[in-house]
Design a protein around this ligand. Structure first.
Ligand code: C2E
Ligand code: MG
Ligand code: MG
Ligand code: MG
Length: 282
């Protein structure tokens, strides 16, 4: 399948395609090798309890710097990895690298949870559930420490099959988060049926929150809905203190965003965490 795809790219290139197209072709060609040789990295962004500021977990986010392509953002390479099928190997690597790091942190006494992003295709993979179960067991981590983030639209691509997978994961004790909530097309009836533990409000509702009454109304009613459905709530994209204060007032469970920290390499995150914890004691 990949050969066929690369062929299509090559033909298009010969016909004289633009620079963006060439870059996409180069990404498609370089990614499998980069995954095989473990040249991608995970960065970690803290998630904090809104009321206390205590760090409760991290979200793992892929980073890739290629020697020829420079920095390639996940928004750029994830959709291509989905098109070529490389996403399966990529997700496998994210799971094993993320859980190995989490095991280290737990050994060091940092009782954090780890959130990882899954794509729509991962939800169709027959080995996903056993893969996660085995990796967690191998690393000695209870599944309750692990959250799997799936977007509303990923679930809606094949709701019946996705629901079955998510249900199976939940029965094993993994947590499920609906990522970028509010940007997809899930109806309230569908949301009610999703096997989920957490709702992550998309940052498009958060970024103007402190200044926008409309966004406050949307967020307030979404939080009320989540509460009714007994879901935890996370606001992503918190960039200033005023926004954090609004979320405290509205009762959102967890906050995440540049105001607290950007996604950081593991060693940098450890330094940040220590400083943050010292600041909290002071
Ligand atoms: P996402 O899962 O919704 O991740 C949140 C994105 O928002 C991240 O972008 C993060 O760096 C960014 N962000 C966090 N706080 C702030 C903030 O305060 N302001 C702003 N403007 N942005 C903030 P990133 O790392 O570029 O990732 C983009 C998307 O790529 C992710 O969205 C996720 O859908 C996907 N992605 C990243 N890593 C993985 C992965 O390991 N597997 C899969 N399947 N997708 C991934
Ligand atoms: Mg996410
Ligand atoms: Mg998100
Ligand atoms: Mg997103």
């Amino acid at each position: 399948r990949q050969a066929r795809l690369q062929n299509r790219f090559a033909v298009a290139y010969q016909a004289g395609m633009d620079e963006q197209y060439l870059r996409r072709l180069q990404i498609v060609q370089a990614l499998p090798k980069a995954v095989r040789e473990q040249r991608l990295q995970l960065h970690y962004q803290p998630k904090l309890a809104t009321a206390t500021g205590t760090v409760v977990g991290v979200e793992a986010l892929l980073r890739w710097r290629d020697e020829h392509l420079g920095v390639v953002r996940p928004d750029e390479f994830i959709p291509l990895a989905e098109q070529t099928g490389e996403i399966y190997r990529l997700t496998q690597w994210v799971i094993s690298a993320g859980l190995a790091q989490l095991a280290l942190w737990h050994e060091q006494g940092h009782k954090l949870s780890l959130a990882m992003n899954l794509s729509a295709l991962d939800l169709s993979s027959p080995s996903l559930v056993t893969e996660l179960q085995q990796q967690a067991k191998q690393q000695g981590i209870a599944p309750a420490w692990i959250t799997l983030e799936v977007t509303e639209s990923a679930v809606m691509e094949d709701p019946t099959s996705a629901k079955a997978k998510l249900q199976a994961l939940r029965e094993l004790g993994f947590k499920i988060a609906i990522d970028d909530y509010g940007t997809g097309y899930a109806s309230l009836a569908q949301l009610k049926q999703l096997p989920a533990d957490e709702l992550k409000l998309d940052r498009s509702f958060i970024q103007e929150l402190a200044h926008s009454e409309v966004d406050q109304t949307i967020v307030q009613s979404t939080l009320a809905l989540a509460h009714q459905l007994q879901l935890q709530t996370v606001a992503e994209g918190v960039e200033d203190q005023a926004t954090w204060q609004v979320l405290q007032r509205l009762g959102c469970t967890t906050v995440q965003g540049f105001y607290f920290s950007r996604p950081l390499a593991a060693a940098e995150f450890e330094v940040w965490l220590k400083q943050h914890q010292q600041g909290q004691q002071a």
